[in-house]
Design a binder for this molecule. Sequence first.
Ligand code: ZN
Length: 67
Amino acid sequence: MTGHAPPPEPRRVPCPTCKRPAVFAPSNPSRPFCSERCRGVDLGAWANESYRVEAPPGRDNDDTLPD
Ligand SMILES: [Zn+2]
């Protein structure tokens, strides 16, 4: 039987500012940020170029072979 389908689970992404899960859906106008506040913080930081993402050394290649 095809009774009922589970409700679509909203996609969540880590907020770039506070790293907390943020709902990545139209219901969240601040996406990918968790809130308007985090969004403003991030934009301000980037504008001042005082925000440095300590990204781990990684490969940008899309065609890397899986290990
Ligand atoms: Zn946040």
